[in-house]
Ligand binder design. Structure first.
Ligand code: FES
Length: 88
């Protein structure tokens, strides 16, 4: 039986993280969710600044925190977080 529990992807939309790459990264995450049919498994949300700007841009997937992420890292991060999903 499939679990109904969804994984929360939370992307910092505070001004520092947003302007240093999360503005692009969130669009790439949306595209990945669509391309890999993850919409039933994840909840994508933005969060406000958590005062970790110096380590940013920041995001989390479930309990895993990712810091210093760049748009070019998104594919690898998503692939490692959801390894069994295949592009349709
Ligand atoms: S703007 Fe992201 S932690 Fe401050």
């Amino acid at each position: 039986m499939e679990s109904d529990i969804k994984t929360v992807i939370s992307v910092c939309m505070g001004s520092s993280c947003f302007s240093r790459g999360n503005n692009e990264s969130i669009e790439l995450i949306k595209k990945y969710i669509s391309d890999y049919n993850l919409s039933e498994r994840v909840i994508l949300k933005g969060n406000l600044c958590h005062a970790n700007c110096s380590l940013g841009p920041n995001m989390s997937i479930g309990d895993n925190m990712y810091q210093g992420i760049l748009p070019e890292n998104i594919y690898d991060i998503m692939k490692s977080a959801f390894p069994s999903e295949r592009k349709e």
